[in-house]
Design a protein around this ligand. Sequence first.
Ligand SMILES: [Zn+2]
Length: 289
Amino acid sequence: MRIFDPHIHMTSRTTDDYEAMYAAGVRALVEPAFWLGQPRSSVDSFVDYFDALVGWERFRAAQFGIAHHCTIALNPKEANDPRCLPVLDLLPRYLAKDGVVAVGEIGFDSMTREEEKAFARQLELAREFALPALVHTPHRDKLAGTRRTLDLVEAAGVDPGMVVVDHLNEVTVDVVEEAGAWMGFSIYPDTKMSPARMVAILRARVESGRGLGRVLVNSAADWGRSDPLSTRRTGEAMLAAGFTEDDVERVLWHNPIEFFGQSGRLLLDVPETDSAATFAGNSLLRGER
Ligand SMILES: [Zn+2]
């Protein structure tokens, strides 16, 4: 099984996770910029984080045979913190870099005016840089948040085919389908979407003739309770439910490539490295070399 995880925060994960992901078939991923679990106190904190996403973390992933890409943005949560807003002026520098395949995560967290302003500004940037946008939907009041999200995409003049609306469920999937945007599903161990519910959604799509296009399945694994192998578990649940290997590869590999390929910036050939390779003078080795 060949897997491209289109949303996973590897900065928060361990080398054991990288090894297990490779063994499970993960060969490529996208790491969206997001918050740290506690507030950033200045814009400089974003600079170091973004530099690590395009530098150190890509190097680390390559050591495990996995192609690493990222998306860059001011995340919805920190859009409410005036200390973070100046980062909006820094984004263009990063949105021009190799391996930056979208603007994201943007969108709503608590649906405040501040979030809406940052969201609209970053949709403009996506259009300016001809990049896809990865949009987070709020955990509460999901349907209203998803509708408002799609209104803003339309108002910004962004092609819905360049937008993935993420963290969807049975209630929010249809409005995104109708808008022509991509549908993202985060498969979590306990909450939100499970592999079984995901399979039921896929089956309903196939039975109604809508097919397996425009669907992205991700683990959204981060520093919270989450599972970096939930993409693989979803693939297995699809096979157990009678989907073919080709169907699984379509959803877990070709769809993310089709969506993020719109950036023209995918880096799927992982450079061969040995374990003593270094980035800025540092390797992953500990102790004796
Ligand atoms: Zn995320």
